[in-house]
Design a protein around this ligand. Sequence first.
Ligand code: SF4
Length: 409
Amino acid sequence: MAISLPLVFDAPRRAMPPRHLADLDDDARTAAVAELGLPAFRGKQLANQYYARLIADPHEMTDLPANLRDQIGEALFPKLLDAVREIECDAGETRKMLWRAVDGSTFESVLMRYPQRNTVCISSQAGCGMACPFCATGQGGLQRNLSTAEILEQVRAAAVELRDRDGDGIAEPARGGRLSNIVFMGMGEPLANYNRVLAAVRRITAPPPNGFGISARAVTVSTVGLAPAIRKLADERLGVTLAVSLHAPDDALRDQLVPLNRKYPLAELLAACRRYLEAAPRDFITFEYCMLDGVNDDEAQARALLRLVGEHGPAGRVPCKFNLIPFNPFPASGLKRSGAARVQAFARALIDGDGAGGVVTTVRKTRGDDIDAACGQLAGEVQDRTQAARRMTRAPIAIRPAAPAENRR
Ligand code: SF4
C-alpha cells in the first residue's frame, strides 16, 4: 500500500488576503463604512453595486461621489484575484479560469453552460489536505484556505462572464446570461474551510443587496465526508444540496480511496447524512462515486452500495441519488477510468436495485477533460512546479483490485 500523504485539517498559517466588502456581513459592512466616516446608507449602496450589479471597482459605481471612490476602493475593494489563464473547450460551453491570489496561491473555477442552466464550479481552498489518491489536487497538499471574498469573486466573475457574453448576469430568469447553479466541487474540501464557506453560501443565497440571490436548492456543497461538519451544517438549515463523495461500498476499500474514512468511517458518515436530511431539510443526498477500473466498478460492488445505504439506521434507506463520475486519469495515480460498458452495467445494477428497489443514478457527462478542468484535475499549473515534478516521479498508488467479478466484461 503506497498511500503516504498525511491528512491535513488545519491550513498552514499563511497571511490571508486583505479585507474586502464581500468578507463582511450586513453589520460588519455598516461598521466598515462608519470607520471611513461615511453614513450607513453607503454600505447598502456598495453591496447593491457588488451583488446586484456585479461591480467591484468603485470607479465604475456611478452613484458614488467621485471624491470617495479612491478611499472606498482602497479600504473595501482590493483586487483579490488575477486571471492567469483562461481556457475554453466544448465549443465554448466550458471555460476554466486559473486564478492567482495576492500571495501567489493559485486555484481554479470552471464555468459550464448547459441547455437549461449555467453552473460554476468553485474552489474553497488552494490545494487540498484530504490526500485522496485518485485526485490530482489532493496530491499537491493544502496551501491555504480561501477567504469568503475570494470564493465570492469566483462567483461574481462567472456571472459577469455570462452577462457580458449573452445576457443579464444573475437577474434575468432565462438561461441565456444567467448564473443559475453553484457547486463547491473545485479545489479543496469545503467543509474543512467551514466558516468562510458558510459565509459565502449565505451571501450567494441572500437576496440583493446582501447577496447574489441564487436559490439555496441550486447550491451544492460537496464533501468527502467530514461527519462532524455535516452535522454542524445540518443545524444551519440552509437547504443547500449536499453531495457526499462515497467512492466505495465498504470501509476496507474506502480507507484506501478516501483516507478521511479512517477517521470518520461509513457508519458515522451515513448517520450524519441522515441527520442532514432531517434538519436541512432536503429530499435526498447525492452520493458521488468516481468509477475506477477494476477497483470499485464491479456490479457486486453496486449491490453492496445499495445494501450500505439501506442498512444504516432504523428508518430504511438513506434517501439518495447516485452520480457516477468517470475518473480523469493523471499520470501519478496509476489508476484507470472504467470503460463505458462497466459504468453502464454498474448504473443499471443501482437502478434495478435489490429487493428494496433501485436508486436514481446518473452518469456525469465529463466537461473539460481536454483542458484538465474536470473534477479531480484542478491542480495548479503555474504554482508549485517543483512540487508537481516531485508528484510525477512518485510511485503509482497501489489499490486493492475489485473482488472477482460475477459479470466482468
Ligand atoms: S477528491 Fe476532493 S477532498 Fe479528495 S483530495 Fe481531491 S479535492 Fe480534496
